[in-house]
Design a protein around this ligand. Structure first.
Ligand code: PMP
Length: 338
């Protein structure tokens, strides 16, 4: 076990856990990388630390400064904890559909939370990033983290997530699956794994079915923190700089109901309580794994824990209000036909 001089040292080094019971029809081994074991509770600790260190080195963030970010929660949380330990003030702009628990968590770290209506198009005055940029301009000594376009985000995964997976599998990983939000995880870890394996590792994105990354029309979906809803005709011109689509070999387009169904099964049959985007990613990993043989090793990123979503994906009331299958009726062994 590591001993660290501050919270930053405890970021990364997360375990892989094999899926054993939700894998009917799968011959490949499927391992989930448990990113909720980061100190801030998600994969975004990695990007948050990478962006903070890069900004300090570049002189963009100085003692007593303010960290501003637009985030659906986890990047804000990662920044809030790491910045608190470094003495910075933190302001996070979140869309109002973010769970109440995540907002309370941000405030618990001392961050200031600004809510916007969310799902506004790029450039709209109420759009998340626009609000964050306005606050950055207004606050003296403020620095905007900008996870969507900050090269330190994918770089953090190139330097930590990718090498960890390579080491943990002894170089035997054949497929890497991750959801795409900013694209930082799949881009950085994917680039590293491709390089390390001489191009052999296949990199598969997991995307909500209506998100534009996988070719959807941008209509609303309910699994938060993954996908993008840019206008489908111009989306490719506006991809975040953290997203390098050329790293991907394919994208699995996952309906919310399929993501939520596997999420419930993974909690009840594997003992892993994960967030909604983990459901999206694991559904994609299982679809991929069903096409593979016994020598294949699939690694899938589980970005955060289900604890922050008890009132959403794990609530019969919430699921019922949106017409999703209830947790009590999700015991069918198959996924996909939802
Ligand atoms: N899932 C969750 C829960 C997240 O917070 C994020 C980050 N927005 C992602 C998935 C996507 O990760 P990335 O931004 O690296 O694409």
């Amino acid at each position: 076990m590591g001993v660290f001089e501050s919270v930053a040292g405890a970021v990364g080094g997360t375990p892989l856990v094999r899926l054993n019971r939700v894998v009917e029809g799968v011959r490949a081994r499927v391992y989930v990388k448990l990113e909720y074991l980061n100190p801030g509770g998600s994969v975004k600790d990695r990007a948050a630390l990478g962006m903070l260190v890069a900004a300090e080195r570049a002189g963009e963030l100085r003692a007593g400064g303010t960290v501003v970010e637009a985030s659906s929660g986890n990047t804000g949380l990662g920044l809030a904890g790491l910045a608190a330990a470094r003495g910075y003030r933190v302001v996070v702009v979140v869309p109002d559909r973010v769970s109440a628990e995540k907002k309370a968590l941000l405030r618990a770290y001392g961050a200031e939370v600004h809510e916007t209506p969310g799902l506004r198009p790029v450039g709209h005055p109420e759009q998340l990033r626009t609000v964050a940029l306005r606050l950055t301009a207004e606050i003296p000594g403020a620095w905007f983290a900008g996870q969507y376009d900050n090269p330190a985000n994918p770089a953090a995964h190139r330097e930590t997530t990718g090498p960890e997976i390579w080491r943990q599998t002894g170089g035997r990983v054949t497929h890497f699956v991750a959801g795409v939000g900013t694209g930082g995880t799949i881009t950085g870890a994917g680039e590293f794994l491709k390089e390390a394996s001489g191009g052999a590792v296949r990199v598969i994105g997991a995307d909500p079915v209506t998100s534009v990354y996988g070719g959807g029309d941008g209509r609303i979906w309910y699994v938060e923190a993954v996908g993008h809803f840019l206008h489908p005709e111009t989306a490719a011109d506006e991809w975040p700089e953290s997203y390098h689509p050329e790293v991907l070999d394919g994208i699995e387009r996952i309906p919310d109901a399929e993501a939520i169904r596997i999420l419930h099964r993974v909690a009840r049959e594997e003992g892993l309580l994960l967030g909604g985007s983990s459901g999206t990613a694991i559904a994609a990993a299982l679809r991929t794994a069903r096409t593979l043989g016994p020598d294949d090793v699939v690694v899938v990123i589980a970005p955060d824990s289900g604890r922050a979503y008890l009132s959403k994906y794990y609530s019969d009331e919430w699921l019922g209000s949106l017409g999703f299958p209830l947790t009590t009726v999700t015991d069918e062994p198959t996924i996909g036909a939802v």
